[in-house]
Design a protein around this ligand. Sequence first.
Ligand code: TTP
Ligand code: MG
Length: 353
Amino acid sequence: MKKIIHIDMDCFYAAVEMRDNPELRNLPIAVGGNSARGVLSTCNYIARQFGCRSAMPNHQAKKLCPDLVIVNGRMEVYKAVSQHIREIFAKYTDKIEPLSLDEAYLDVTGCELFSGSATLIAQQIRQEIFEQTQLTASAGVAPNKFLAKIASDENKPNGQCVISPDKVATFVENLPLQKIPGIGPKTAERLAKYGFHTCKDVRASNIAFLQTLLGKQASTLFHRSFGRDDREVQVSRVRKSLAVERTLSKDIVSFNEVEHVMVALLPKLVQRFNKLNGYHIAKQGVKLKFSDFNQTTVEMRSQNINEANFIELFKKAIERANNRKIRLVGLTLGFGERTNQQQTQSQLSFPIM
Ligand code: TTP
Ligand code: MG
């Protein structure tokens, strides 16, 4: 039986801003860009009471909460804090899988501290994070990754939740399906139409029927509904690239349509890149998949995320369409050897979303 801790910082970017600017502490605040197209990266818990959420357009958030203070993000500070909390994790275990700047799985199965009590280890890690960074974290403690992740959300902010092996069955039974990572709102809605609301409903069904609704996802959902997850904590490897792509609901043909999709994908690429720590860009690339399922990629050297470069690359890629329609549009970044100087350059040369 494994002991997994999932740690997740509370309203991370916003918490850092409140820490560094005490005037903001009792106000509803959000972190985001100031551009007209801007969306919130996150917001503090005061703003959440008004309904503000991550990824919400600025103007919509302002409507819900007219006093909302939107501050610019400072990625370099968030990255430094992220590095700091990872150093704290490393004191407890070397089996650490970071999921983003503010979130990680820790496997503490072999850890002898506190007579091996994962509950007390999690408590201690959160306390150490608070003492060293003045920021709060929440934790989930469970026998596997899936349950630990759900648990860390249960008592947010500044709380923790333990699902001991004997509690797994009861916890999972009444778990709403949309709480399961990987089950998005649309999938949950589809499942609900067939009477699947909680894990109990899924358990009473079978993989074959679930497959007709979910395809490949069915078997995972079936196992999760019994609280089963045998995925190991993956100690992170060096990344060579990052890609975001979109399969279109309807095939497209024109360059303008491709450009339109690119504009929608770009903030996602920037956001995913911002969440990585210590990578510097060496290449930009694009990908098109055609209606016959063949695909083409074009790339160029680049040290930052440059919109004009993507446009040039798509112009080249679309020349290869030969009357085929386009079913998928993708953007990629290739990473090179890390040097501190280049890293700083690339961080400064694109907007923080
Ligand atoms: P989360 O852990 O999802 O959110 P959070 O830490 O702000 O709030 P919570 O207390 O619910 O955990 O994401 C961590 C950071 O990642 C968040 O502070 C900002 C950034 N982020 C974005 O930039 N865009 C997004 O859509 C999301 C979800 C997060
Ligand atoms: Mg968080």
